[in-house]
Design a protein around this ligand. Structure first.
Ligand code: HEM
Length: 180
């Protein structure tokens, strides 16, 4: 329980939430803010982007496992039913993108074979998925990654604005449920 009588997320859920949020925001920043650099200049930033992205994929799978075994607190009863419906939709889309974006990126790089193998912080390479040479799939996941990245940015903004609205306009401190 929080001080205001709202039930809180478990410590594990809170840790997953903030670590993944930080990695996703950093990743969007790395991709968008380096767009105008030359390919060579952009390389190290995109290498980090790929490593962080793969971390997000596995952290999200672990987070889903956690969610399965640690039921989350129910949505505050003060929310209108349309707010509950939107909140559920946004959360579902987040999970879809948290898995789809990095998995798509990994598939995309795998279509180029060993020469584009994803290096994890220079420590080891991720396995190349069995889609080498599949240009049609490569084009599809490339396109999907760009659109999905924009949708993710939109969702992050909506999610933050909703939290701020509840906190400062509705004076309902739901943010405490997820506060470390
Ligand atoms: C949480 C995970 C990820 C997020 C949120 C994310 C997000 C993004 C965004 C927003 C862009 C810019 C798209 C655009 O506007 O053109 C981008 C580009 C890119 N991403 Fe990711 N990404 C993730 C994971 C990955 C992974 C795991 C890989 C590869 C293994 C990857 C490879 C790339 C590449 C190569 C580009 C450059 C696209 C281009 O400029 O042609 N991403 N990503």
């Amino acid at each position: 329980m929080t001080g205001s009588g709202l039930s809180k997320y478990s410590k594990g859920a809170i840790a997953f939430h903030w670590i993944i949020a930080l990695l996703v925001i950093t990743n969007i920043g790395l991709a968008e803010l380096t767009e105008d650099l030359t390919k060579a200049e952009r390389g190290p930033y995109m290498d980090l982007h790929k490593s962080f992205g793969i971390c997000v994929l596995f952290l999200t799978l672990a987070r889903l496992g956690w969610r399965w075994t640690h039921p989350r607190p129910s949505l505050p009863s003060a929310l209108a039913s349309w707010e509950k419906a939107i909140s559920k939709l946004v959360h579902f889309l987040f999970y879809l993108l948290l898995i789809g974006l990095p998995l798509g990126g990994w598939l995309w790089m795998s279509t180029y074979g060993d020469k584009a193998a994803v290096s994890m912080f220079g420590l080891f390479n991720m396995p190349v998925l069995p889609v080498v040479g599949n240009e049609a799939l490569g084009d599809m996941v490339h396109e999907g990654h760009e659109v999905g990245g924009k949708v993710m940015l939109g969702l992050v903004i909506v999610h933050i604005l909703a939290a701020l609205k509840h906190q400062f306009i509705d004076k309902m401190p739901f943010i405490r449920r997820m506060w470390p």
